[in-house]
Design a binder for this molecule. Structure first.
Ligand SMILES: NC(=O)c1ccc[n+]([C@@H]2O[C@H](COP(=O)([O-])OP(=O)(O)OC[C@H]3O[C@@H](n4cnc5c(N)ncnc54)[C@H](O)[C@@H]3O)[C@@H](O)[C@H]2O)c1
Ligand SMILES: O=C(O)[C@H](O)COP(=O)(O)O
Length: 526
């Protein structure tokens, strides 16, 4: 049975799902050295933002197949290191969207009405109605930085509260922003004009300290800024200085450059700064959502099924996967087959996606073909996550062609591989009830479903050759399950595809190529 380590607090709903297929150990609060020591026993690791999954931990996780982040941000996972090792990294892109958006809105209203400090004051026994006079958000301008899932929900609610909306997001169109009632502007203008600014962007090298002394200086002296996205997007030292010097109206932070927040100037600032301990996703509903979402994906991957929200398998979104599912096995089988026909080192792989597969959505099929191609060299170490990287590192040139005009089948794949020992090609399609069929080998039309053990010959189409081959195989006790010949012209060159019940015994290939008329023979195991 597989073993899963849960190293951050996760809702029981997720643990219950994992327990269907694995032994689950919940060990929270582990120090990095403790995690390194035990991670080698586990097939999967489930985390939230509390566990930092470094390259060292990934290297020590020799059995790891999947890292599941019960939440959105994967900036605490060394995703490139996981990808190189073929470990799938999944998250829950939508499970805590509403929770995070509502927290940002709560921060905005708390800032404008001084709720945390007023509450503390009453609890201290005071009745101070002067200090805590607030401001309305109605008819004020909210600047949303990052108009993705969370930013859009914040914008929708703010609009309903009568706010005017500006947005900065270089990756969305003006039309999309307008549909959400936002005017798309440059960051500088947003910083200058907004009364409230809320950040909803990922932390990347480009967004680190995006909000710094220079950008803060552009804000109105009454304006307030809220960060419920990621620590480090705002330069904390510059923010503390701007609040202390009265250059801005205030700030609310849920996330910090270093978490948990240690000694910091931020702690000493008064009512114009509100701090929460990374609570954006901490609602009962969100925690159930993310736990179920990620646990289901871990379960699926441990059962050999694809994950719907893998962050390190490009183009493998859930809708795309659903559509391509039947073709993935075809691509992998053809890759494996052509790799074995070529033998030795492959230098170039030409992949033609034909008919209905001639769209950009078919990219996962290229990855599946590479996975098949590399299987002989890497066995279980190659998967959808690392196939492209492994191919690149081996110097395999991949050329993709899309041909929508090829209409022999609804969709088909043609792979041509060239290696140090020669060039071979295979074509395949799904026929009948989505059954994989080889429809061409080395340019010769055939129609056979692939089987585990196969023998291919290139021979002269002449009387007696099939009989001789049959007798030879019989003399080695090889049972033929099916056989088909593909030829272009009568008595020209031909290809024979045989399905056999067992692997070919040693030495028989040499004997086969000695049969007059047979030029080449290849055996493959699929
Ligand atoms: N505080 C919490 O507990 C909490 C909870 C959930 C999510 N988050 C964080 O909130 C952030 C947003 O999450 P989401 O689900 O909305 O993500 P999302 O991917 O749906 O949206 C992010 C948006 O940011 C935009 N963007 C990317 N780079 C940008 C840049 N340089 N400048 C401006 N815009 C840029 C993208 O185009 C996208 O529209 C993430 O950092 C996530 O980790 C925090
Ligand atoms: O990116 C996220 O999903 C949030 O930051 C939530 O983090 P958490 O799971 O540690 O609450």
């Amino acid at each position: 049975m597989s073993k899963v380590l849960v190293s951050d607090p996760i809702d029981q709903a997720g643990i219950d799902i994992l327990s269907q297929v694995a032994t689950v150990d919940v060990k929270t609060g582990l120090k990095p050295a403790e995690l390194i020591e035990i991670i080698g026993e586990y097939d999967a690791l489930m985390i939230r933002s509390g566990t930092r999954v470094t390259q060292e931990i990934i290297e020590a996780g020799t059995q790891l197949k999947i890292i599941g982040r019960a939440g959105v941000g994967v900036d605490n996972v060394d995703v490139p290191a996981a990808t190189r090792k073929g470990i799938v990294v999944v998250n829950s892109p939508e499970g805590n969207t509403i929770a995070a958006a509502e927290h940002a809105l709560a921060m905005m209203l708390s800032l404008s009405r001084h709720i945390p400090d007023a509450n503390a004051s009453v609890k201290r026994g005071e009745w101070d109605r002067k200090t805590f006079v607030g401001a309305e958000v109605y008819k004020k301008t909210l600047g949303v930085v990052g108009l993705g899932k969370i930013g859009s929900h914040v914008a929708a609610v703010a609009k309903a509260m009568g706010m005017k909306l500006l947005a900065y997001d270089p990756f969305i169109s003006t039309e999309r922003a307008e549909q959400m009632g936002c005017q798309l502007v440059e960051l500088d203008l947003l910083m200058q004009q907004a009364d409230y600014i809320t950040l909803h962007i990922p932390k990347t090298p480009e967004t680190t300290h995006l909000i710094n002394a220079k950008t803060l200086a552009k804000m109105k002296p009454t304006a307030r800024i809220i960060n419920c996205a990621r620590g480090g997007i705002i330069d904390e030292a510059a923010l503390a200085a701007a609040i202390k010097e009265g250059k801005i109206g205030g700030a609310a932070l849920d996330v910090f450059e270093s978490e948990p927040l240690g000694e910091s100037d931020l702690r000493s600032l008064g009512k114009d700064l509100i701090l929460t301990p990374h609570l954006g996703a901490s609602t009962t509903e969100a925690q159930v959502n993310v736990a179920i979402d990620v646990a289901e994906q871990i379960r699926d991957v441990l059962l050999g099924l694809p994950a719907r929200s893998a962050v390190n398998i490009p183009g493998f979104g859930p809708d795309v996967l659903e559509e391509l599912k039947p073709y993935m096995q075809l691509a992998e089988t053809l890759g494996n087959l052509v790799g074995q026909l070529v033998g030795g080192r492959v230098e170039t792989l030409n992949i033609t996606l034909q008919g209905e597969l001639a769209t950009n959505k078919s990219q996962p099929l290229v990855v599946a073909a590479l996975k098949g191609l590399l299987y002989q060299a890497l066995r279980e170490r190659v998967n959808y996550v690392n196939a492209s990287i492994e191919a690149k590192e081996r110097g395999i040139r991949v050329i993709e062609t899309r041909d929508a005009s090829a209409r022999d089948y609804a969709g088909s794949l043609h792979l041509e591989a060239t290696g140090t020992l020669g060039t071979h090609s295979v074509t395949g399609a799904l026929l009948g009830d989505k059954e994989i069929h080889l429809t061409d080998v080395d340019g010769f039309p055939i129609n056979v479903p692939p089987s585990k053990y196969m023998l291919f010959t290139l021979h002269r189409d002449m009387p007696g050759i099939i009989g001789k081959l049959g007798s030879l195989l019989g003399s080695f006790n090889v049972n033929i399950a099916s056989m088909q010949v593909g030829r272009k012209i009568v008595r020209g060159d031909a290809v024979m595809a045989l399905s056999i019940d067992d692997p070919l015994p040693e030495g028989i290939l040499d004997e086969i190529t000695k049969v007059p008329g047979i030029r080449d023979a290849y055996t493959v195991t699929l």
